[in-house]
Design a protein around this ligand. Structure first.
Ligand SMILES: Cc1ncc(COP(=O)(O)O)c(C=O)c1O
Length: 428
């Protein structure tokens, strides 16, 4: 997309307006994604977060849609009525029942609200707990482990909104590493409004260990601040997670889920699980900004929530689909980068390989440009450090590669990526 604003007209916008017109990472990513997915492009899209199209899962949703169309009045109600701002009540009750029975969590539908996608959940949650407070104090959202999700970067309504902590790095073997929260360096102060982690993490595929999560829970209890856990890829659905991990919900946590990676990104359905006071604020936000939530995702998923099939479908179809794609992508890339100083984050979940090219003679931004010229889209790693102020070389040595697209696209894309990396290392 070309941006129609020249410097003069751009200056006419308020500070609020400038947020949406400056060249942010998420804008570039969604532009690239939209163009590559438009059907008129030969670009190999290894840059976005679009989930794969899994035929067996799509068939289940198609069948459910046919049922909706056949049942008298159901379709007409779905398109003809606004849902309440907290979200479709029947869906919220069914989901609270399922999670209570499965995990023994002490929740009811009063602990839940829907949003128009979890991206919008993070917008409201971050601005509830950070920014300026009535007593004049300023607070920030703390990411205890950067790299973190690019989509968080521009969600704050005021400046200087995030703070982040570098990870410690465990080298698992010559070409595999894993980030950990560096608890010794982690500082929680009066300025910390909330802690936030994505688990599995976008962009790295990291899954914070149960111990790390428990440690963060106790810090949040100790400091009386919420721990926001972004569970967009996590348990029990869509379950794009290849390692053992316990899902967590307790009084101090806010668990954010989504139907997107289950295969329904087009329905824009986010789910927030939190204490009723927070749910009340989310409901108010929905009413003021959107009037209502969308009932499409909840209606497509409600029957599988009632029967629990949403959990088995995730485990039986979605997990193995992505596990195979991750293994394949790692094999393809490792074969073509043999002998080079490359390091892959251990793929524990989500849709991405996080590739660290140690001492690469060019920056990850330059590599992104070279790859785009050759028809492959990835995302430069430097975007994934919201709140990390120090200029850490590591930020410019990593790229994120999505492996959720069809095998041919991924294989061809990885070949070009490896060729450009070899050229960059060899050209010194
Ligand atoms: C970690 C993470 N959180 C949240 C989102 C937002 O997803 P949605 O708004 O589609 O629910 C994404 C999307 O890619 C993501 O990767």
């Amino acid at each position: 997309m070309t941006h129609p604003f020249n410097a003069d007209s751009f200056m006419k916008f308020s500070n609020f307006g400038q947020k949406f017109t400056h060249r942010s990472g998420i804008l570039q990513l969604m532009d690239d994604l939209g163009q590559a997915m438009s059907g008129n492009s030969d670009m190999l899209m290894l840059g976005g977060g679009n989930p794969g199209h899994i035929p067996e899962v799509q068939a289940v949703f198609r069948q459910r849609m046919e049922q909706i169309l056949e049942q008298p009045d159901t379709f007409e109600k779905l398109i003809g009525n606004y849902d309440p701002p907290q979200g479709d009540q029947a869906f919220l009750i069914a989901l609270a029942d399922l999670l209570r029975e499965t995990f023994d969590w002490d929740i009811t539908s009063e602990n839940m609200a829907l949003t128009l996608g979890s991206q919008s959940s993070f917008f409201v949650l971050f601005n509830l707990f950070a920014g300026e407070f009535p007593n004049g104090k300023k607070k920030k959202i703390l990411f205890p482990l950067a790299p973190e999700y690019i989509g968080y970067s521009d969600l704050g309504l005021s400046d200087d909104f995030f703070i982040a902590q570098r990870p410690s790095i465990e080298h698992i073997d010559d070409h595999t590493f894993k980030y950990h929260v560096d608890f010794e360096a982690l500082k929680i102060t009066d300025e910390t409004g909330a802690i936030c982690v994505s688990r599995p993490t976008n962009p790295t595929g990291n899954v914070l260990t149960d111990e790390e999560i428990q440690h963060l829970v106790s810090l949040s209890e100790q400091h009386q601040i919420p721990l926001i856990i972004d569970n967009a890829y996590g348990l029990p659905f869509p379950n794009i997670i290849f390692t053992d991990a316990e899902p967590v919900w307790c009084d101090h946590t806010i668990l954010c889920m989504s139907l997107s990676k289950l295969g329904l990104p087009g329905t824009r359905t986010g789910i927030v699980i939190a204490n009723p006071e927070i749910i009340n604020a989310i409901t108010g936000y929905n009413a003021i900004f959107n009037l209502a939530t969308s009932g499409l995702g909840s209606q497509l998923a409600i029957e599988m929530v009632k029967t629990g099939e949403i959990i088995s479908l995730s485990k039986d179809l979605i997990t193995p689909y992505y596990q195979k794609k991750a293994d394949q992508a790692i094999n393809w890339l490792s074969e073509s980068l043999q002998g080079y100083d490359y390091h892959l984050h251990k793929a524990e979940g989500a849709l991405f390989l996080w590739l660290w090219l140690r001492n690469l003679p060019i920056s990850s931004e330059e590599l992104y440009d070279r790859l785009k010229d050759r028809g492959v889209l990835v995302v430069s790693g430097h975007y994934f450090f919201p709140g990390l102020e120090d200029d850490w070389q590591h930020k410019h040595e990593c790229i994120r590669i999505t492996y959720s697209q069809d095998d041919k696209t991924v294989k061809n894309g990885l070949e070009i990526i490896a060729a450009e990396i070899r050229r960059a290392y060899d050209d010194v």
